[in-house]
Write a protein of this length. Structure first.
Length: 276
């Protein structure tokens, strides 16, 4: 039995309370806000995910998920948005994103092959559905993954691959010019209807090789962010992100109110670590 001892006074063995950790409630849903930061080989990643107002209103879990991970040769970021009409899509989005971090340690999965990555994500999502005792259709989610090479070219640029299904977009931000260029398909369907997802809708996927110039930022998000990204917000964030902020400032930059959906953003600066 695992126990935790809480002392009433520091350094004093009296007034000790023993708690059986097995009796404490287990969290079965995502936290309302999640954040992460990672620096690797001159790449600086910041990530944040917020539960949307509609999910707060109806006491529903945050359906967005993200993952950030690194190996000696690559940095991987993944963003997944659970399909709103699927009651357990938060399980699917978490499994899909985590699977993209896990493949870094799997030599059998080629990081530049979209079928291999989406296959790994689909297997993980199906496993999550089986563990929860629900069917695959109830855990569907979008997925966008970026695989970035750790070694820069002579000019400082990095090569990356973008793979995914659904409408979670990726952008290339040039902070100096204040310009945002969308790198993924612009729309998955009318009226915010998604037609492709993991685990059982990956045939119509997207895949592209991109170059991240030195001083630029790769941004992967859910539509809770991209739906708010207009000229004013784009200029403001470009100014704020001329240099990588710490993860707390990054979260404040994205803590604005817009719409009712969850909002998730992972940004990767191609900057020397010394510039951070």
């Amino acid at each position: 039995m695992t126990r935790c001892h809480l002392a009433g006074q520091r350094g004093c063995s009296e007034n000790m309370t023993t708690i059986d950790l097995a009796t404490l409630p287990v969290r079965t849903r995502p936290v309302d806000v999640a954040a992460a930061s990672l620096e690797h080989a001159g790449l600086l990643a910041r990530a944040v995910s917020f539960r949307g107002p509609s999910h707060e209103l109806y006491d529903e879990p945050r359906q967005d998920s993200f993952a950030v991970a690194a190996s000696p040769d690559h940095l991987v970021v993944a963003v997944s948005d659970g399909i709103g009409s699927c009651p357990y899509s938060h399980l699917g989005s978490a499994a899909a994103a985590q699977a993209m971090a896990d493949v870094l340690g799997d030599d059998a999965v080629a990081l530049d092959e979209v079928e291999a990555l989406l296959g790994a994500a689909s297997s993980a999502v199906r496993g999550a559905a089986m563990a929860a005792g629900v069917d695959d259709a109830s855990v569907r989610s979008t997925l966008t993954v970026a695989v970035i090479e750790a070694d820069p070219r002579e000019d400082g640029a990095r090569r990356a691959w973008l793979h995914g299904v659904g409408d979670s977009p990726a952008f290339l931000l040039d902070p100096a010019e204040g310009t945002w260029s969308q790198l993924t398909p612009t729309d998955d369907g009318p009226a915010n209807r998604v037609h492709n997802w993991v685990p059982d809708g990956i045939d119509d996927h997207f895949s592209a090789g991109v170059v991240i110039p030195a001083g630029h930022v790769l941004v992967v998000s859910t539509d809770g962010f991209s739906g708010a990204l207009g000229e004013t917000l784009g200029r403001s964030l470009a100014e704020l992100w001329r240099r990588p902020p710490d993860v707390f400032a990054f979260g404040r930059h994205l803590g604005f109110d817009h719409g009712f959906d969850d909002k998730t953003v992972v940004a990767v600066w191609n900057f020397p670590v010394a510039d951070g």
